[in-house]
Design a protein around this ligand. Structure first.
Ligand code: F6P
Length: 501
């Protein structure tokens, strides 16, 4: 361990606040996270297509969460089912409501679609640049950017309905034309019984149908409703439109006439999405020497207390991660960062072998190291305590307090940088079908947790991710269920786990 004290810090460079005006550089470049000046044609409307219970609403929510979190684009899902419910005072409607020959109900359903499109258009066309000022050549710094749509890459609206016929889709394209946005249809096709059953069960939960029908009656009613849609359903084949077909939980994907950055992000995200709802576990490393000293960053090893957590974690993992809710072994994965404290925390986890249903051998929790999971890099402040930063770099400490989300450490990273660094990890996390334990760091897990919980990206710095705790997230159609398990008693006192600044 190198000697401590302020003298160790003196050789550090003085910090020049970014965009400081100096005699040598009277016109500094304004410094900030990457931003694109989006225009109307960067906006995207994604219209879902598919029979009921194919997983459209789940996919719509996941896509919206992904794009708004990683690209800062304003995203909103317009679910026509919710508009129908509003027109019928929230009352559950039986299958014959969806019969094309039920003209009264058909008119109501039309009205609901129209209301949803109207809200969508108002929402999208009403979006103005609000957060950042975009200077232009003509009006300099004063420009509020009224000609730009807010969001770095444009806004995204998802129109979540069955859009089952070509007629309906042509009507939608006509209605959306004045927006000048790109329109992509996303058809969800699913013939796998397990996936259908899961989607039907969750649709029932959403509609609170239990109050009206028994489980069996509800299932029969749902099948009848699907039948009405099947009578009129026309799969996507329009040559001139842009579309994506997502078949059997991602086993097959086809793209047609797809253009634009956000649309291509949609496609890439869908390549990794699947319907298997397995839990993900997050844990910080055990207490490190730097945690104990109140220093941030660095690459120190565990304290005796941290080692105690590592041992407790291995025991806990045997029961809670490697076994399913019925106590049967399930394949599980283990990821760590490349820093010593996470690898040491995971080192007692046992790597026994199990046999998968297809007869192949699976080594449990073979450790996989990702540099992308390394803690936020504090640059010049790496290895300092928060108090030392306040003393030596008061302007930096004040700037971080002012906007912890966008603040970037001198020669280091910000939370917005972490979001960009973790985007590939989000794809990997979505892609993984087995249960997974991620042993990482406070800021990293804040970002991943915020994304999976569908919270706004700006909420990252405030999320509580304590030491000695495993967080279990179980995905459902409605969102992730969260459970927290404290494996060792909470530590008291700031020298044990420095309070975040
Ligand atoms: O203190 C532990 C730690 O993981 C540091 O290494 C890191 O800089 C910090 O937490 C991140 O938390 P915050 O963004 O609140 O400073």
């Amino acid at each position: 361990m190198p000697p401590e004290g302020d003298d160790v810090r003196t050789p550090r460079c003085p910090v020049m606040t970014p965009s400081t005006v100096t005699a040598d550089n009277p016109y500094p470049q304004v410094w900030g996270p990457p931003a694109t000046l989006a225009t109307r044609s960067d906006n995207l409307v994604c219209a879902m297509v598919g029979l009921p219970a194919r997983g459209k609403t789940y996919i719509a929510r996941k896509l919206s969460q992904y794009i708004s979190f990683f690209y800062g684009s304003p995203c909103k899902v317009f679910n026509v089912g919710e508009y129908v419910l509003r027109l019928v005072d929230g009352k559950f409607q039986r299958a014959n409501f969806f019969d094309e020959n039920n003209l009264e109900a058909k008119a109501l359903r039309r009205k609901a679609s129209e209301n949803a499109v109207q809200d969508l258009c108002e929402w999208m066309s009403g979006r103005k640049a609000t957060k950042r000022k975009y200077p232009s050549e003509t009006d300099g710094d004063k420009c509020e950017g009224s000609s730009y749509i807010s969001g770095e890459f444009g806004a995204v609206a998802i129109y979540d309905a069955s859009n089952a016929t070509q007629d309906r889709r042509s009507w939608l394209l006509e209605r959306l034309k004045p927006l000048g946005a790109k329109v992509v249809f996303l058809e969800v096709i699913c013939s796998e019984d397990d996936l259908l059953a899961e989607n039907m069960a969750s649709t029932h939960r959403c509609l609170q149908v239990q109050e009206v029908l028994s489980a069996e009656e509800a299932a029969a009613d749902f099948r009848e409703r699907i039948g009405y849609y099947q009578q009129v359903y026309e799969p996507l084949s329009e040559k001139e439109a842009s579309w994506i077909k997502f078949v059997d939980g991602g086993k097959e994907i086809s793209l047609h006439n797809l253009r634009g950055f956000l649309a291509s992000r949609f496609a890439q995200f869908l390549l990794n999405l699947h319907g298997q709802r397995r839990p993900i576990f997050f844990s910080r490393h055990g207490q490190s020497e730097y945690n104990q000293l109140g220093k941030i960053g660095g690459d120190s090893v565990l304290t005796a207390h941290g080692e105690e957590y590592a041992t407790a974690l291995a025991e806990w993992v045997d029961k809670e991660v490697k076994l399913d809710s019925e106590g049967k072994p399930r394949p599980a994965r283990l990821w760590t960062s490349s820093l010593k404290r996470t690898r040491l925390t995971a080192r007692h986890i046992r790597h026994d072998s199990i046999c998968l249903p297809n007869g192949t051998e699976w080594v449990q929790m073979r450790p996989k190291m990702h540099r992308n999971l390394d803690e936020i890099y504090a640059g010049l402040c790496d290895g300092m305590t928060y108090e030392e930063i306040e003393r030596q770099y008061p302007e930096e400490a004040a700037a971080r307090k002012g906007d912890k989300f966008e603040y970037r450490y001198p020669r280091g990273e910000s939370y917005t940088d972490l979001i960009s660094r973790l985007e590939p990890m989000a794809h990997e996390l979505e892609r993984t079908r087995e249960t997974l334990l991620v042993v990482a760091h406070q800021a990293i897990l804040r970002v991943l947790y915020t994304y999976f919980m569908g919270k706004p990206r700006e909420a990252c710095p405030d999320v509580s991710i304590p030491l000695n705790t495993v967080i279990k997230l179980t995905p459902t159609v409605e969102g992730c269920l969260e459970e927290r398990f404290t494996l060792l008693p909470n530590l008291q006192g700031k020298e044990k786990d420095p309070a975040s600044h």
